[in-house]
Design a binder for this molecule. Structure first.
Ligand code: F0G
Length: 344
């Protein structure tokens, strides 16, 4: 049978109510890409779970198929979310597919171009908030408590159900859980989902390395961050809704949550691109964390299988790349000029 999306594939493992009406864009089934050069350098067997290859370019589609399928199945006509961008694009796409209205609240001026364009293209009503993601989340929680609008942020338990499938896929491809799972942490829905997924699937448990950006690292600092700031705008979050569960996942798995600088995030983005995998800045945080731990001797690599989850595609945030480069050279449209330049 051809692939029919995550709820068809893994629905038996997902706690979704009977009224769920499947809305799918054939999300999931993303590749686990071996990284031979990095593996040699680190002395482990390293794979990238490339979530940028989901229909809207990020891992959010895994949870969104579940959340929208449930909401639409019970008759919701409008869905809403707060977002740093990827959730917005994903909610907009699945709402469009279902034929319902979507409203997305984003922090003014802090959402990468590819995400904003996606949300608009899929037909969301986009509202900018003069405030942070955390402020936007408080607002959508309030409006969904007082009106029939359905909340599709990862506070919604069905988002977590859907996102567990990332762990299932990794176990199915490797035959068992890896030794380590590394991933970025923002609002902490994804780390919560992976840990729940591995526990449920019973193919072994990884140690979990959660990685925050240093300017937005409430789980490392142990207190909320009022004005989070980082180039990795996807994880520019100061009060993670599932922070407690993220800390539990790190502790139960004998892993940890650490922070990396924006410089480390950007240099790791380049390292990944140099092996053919272009991810958005936040998505490089997981590997940046692993490299940092390895550099200070805190990562026992030998013989270990490591999966790094790269949560969103590089095309989501083109400005991070283009702003740091001069425009490409311009030459006359002549063969001589070309040969002179390339030196062949
Ligand atoms: N990576 C990317 C690319 C993201 O967009 C996000 C979160 C994360 C990592 C962190 O995941 O929140 O589950 O810990 N983006 C949300 C959004 C907040 O609105 O798109 P998390």
């Amino acid at each position: 049978m051809t692939y029919q999306g995550l709820i068809q594939r893994y629905g038996q493992y997902l706690d979704l109510p009977a009224h769920t009406k499947i809305i799918s864009l054939l999300e999931g089934n993303t590749p686990l890409i071996p990284m031979p050069r990095l593996s040699r350098e680190l002395g482990c067997e390293l794979f990238i779970k490339f979530e940028g290859l989901n229909p809207t370019g990020s891992f959010k589609d895994r949870g969104m198929t579940a959340a929208i399928s449930e909401a639409v199945g019970r008759g919701a006509q409008t869905v809403i979310c707060a977002s740093t961008g990827n959730t917005a694009a994903s909610a907009a796409a699945y709402a469009a597919r279902a034929g319902v209205r979507s409203i997305v609240l984003i922090p003014e001026g802090k959402v990468a171009a590819g995400k904003l364009a996606g949300a608009i293209a899929y037909g969301a009503e986009v509202i900018q908030i003069q405030g942070s993601f955390d402020d936007a989340l408080s607002l959508v929680v309030e409006i969904t408590q007082k009106t029939p609008i359905a909340l599709v942020n990862s506070i919604n338990p069905y988002r977590i159900e859907g996102q567990k499938t990332g762990a299932f896929e990794i176990c199915d491809v490797l035959g068992s859980a890896p030794d380590w799972l590394c991933l970025p942490v923002g609002n902490a829905g994804n780390i919560t989902s992976y840990w729940a997924g591995f526990k449920q699937y019973q193919k072994g448990l990884p140690r979990v390395l959660g990685v925050q950006a240093a300017g937005a690292a409430p789980l490392v600092l142990g207190h909320p961050v009022e004005k989070p700031e980082t180039i990795a705008t996807a994880i520019r979050i100061g009060r993670p809704a599932r922070g407690e569960q993220a800390l539990e996942a790190a502790q139960e798995s004998n892993g940890r949550i650490i922070a990396v600088s924006d410089e480390e995030i950007l240099s790791t983005q380049k390292i990944l691109a140099a092996e053919g995998v272009w991810v958005e800045p936040a998505s490089a945080a997981g590997l940046a964390g692993l490299l940092a731990e390895s550099a200070v001797g805190k990562f026992e690599a030998k013989g270990k299988k490591v999966v790094v989850v790269c949560t969103g595609h590089g095309m989501k945030d083109p400005a991070v790349i283009t702003d740091s480069f001069k425009s490409p050279k311009v030459i006359p449209a002549s063969y001589d000029a070309l040969v002179e330049l390339v030196g062949a």
